[in-house]
Design a protein around this ligand. Structure first.
Ligand SMILES: Nc1ncnc2c1ncn2[C@@H]1O[C@H](COP(=O)(O)OP(=O)(O)O)[C@@H](O)[C@H]1O
Ligand SMILES: [Mg+2]
Length: 227
């Protein structure tokens, strides 16, 4: 379970003479239960990505705690936070961040090579399973730059799950896709939630997608509202 306790995040904006502080998250608290599928919605610039980054330890709020099963990640060293993230969280982003000139297999095996704990045959079997799960096994040896946006996002999801994370954070994963591909990506995420019990947090401005989540919250003026 994730407990977000009273986090605040603000940024300095502007130059030397006119710099001001803008509060993006204002004393926000939130509980995300294991097996939840939470959508975060809100206008552009309302702080959706900032909230996701703070919950996942990619960013550090000025105050407050984020507890995973009772442990505050901001009590850890930055090295330990990074290790925690690599083990527990899979990330999916709007712009995929894949190695465009590498194959689908090479992209997906990379996190396992970085982790360095599995022998080659295990790595191959894990990547095979992940590619099958997203319906991309037949493209294992295709170069990423030749894929469509929807196919790239499926590879990004496969890459996000090879380390068996408990949590998946997806920031506008359908932001660059048409309706058909968006639904396909959403269905893959819904299935990971249902079959593999992954806890999923998705940032989206698409209210149709948010409706299919188990739960949705909105950020308005630094505060969150349950929808
Ligand atoms: N590192 C940063 N430095 C300064 N301002 C930032 C930074 N990150 C985000 N912001 C500002 O915080 C606000 C919320 O950003 P963001 O969380 O990306 O919004 P959203 O994802 O809802 O579109 C924006 O006004 C953005 O410019
Ligand atoms: Mg954003």
């Amino acid at each position: 379970m994730i407990q977000v306790n009273n986090i605040s995040r603000s940024f300095f904006v502007g130059g030397d003479n006119s710099s001001t502080i803008t509060t993006i998250l204002d004393n926000v608290s939130l509980e995300i239960k294991d097996g939840d599928f939470l959508a975060i919605v809100g206008k552009s610039g309302s702080g959706k990505s900032t909230l996701m980054h703070c919950i996942s330890g990619l960013d550090t709020p000025q105050s407050g705690e984020v507890m995973y099963d009772g442990v505050n990640i901001f009590g850890m060293s930055s090295n330990d936070i990074a290790n925690f993230r690599n083990k527990k969280i899979g990330f999916v982003f709007q712009f995929f961040y894949l190695q465009e000139k590498s194959t689908c297999f090479e992209n997906c095996v990379l996190p396992l090579e970085i982790e360095g704990e599995k022998i080659k045959s295990e790595r191959i079997s894990i990547v095979t399973d992940a590619l099958k799960r997203v319906g991309m096994y037949d493209k294992a040896n295709s170069i990423v730059q030749n894929l469509s946006g929807g196919q790239k996002q499926r590879i990004a999801i496969a890459r996000a799950i090879v380390n068996s994370p408990e949590y998946i954070f997806a920031d506008e994963p359908t932001g660059n896709l048409d309706t058909l591909n968006s639904n396909n990506i959403l269905n893959i995420l819904l299935q990971l939630n249902k079959d593999m019990k992954k806890t999923i947090v998705i940032v989206t401005h698409d209210l149709e997608i948010a409706k299919k989540a188990k739960r949705s919250i909105q950020i308005v003026d630094g505060k969150i509202h349950e929808n």
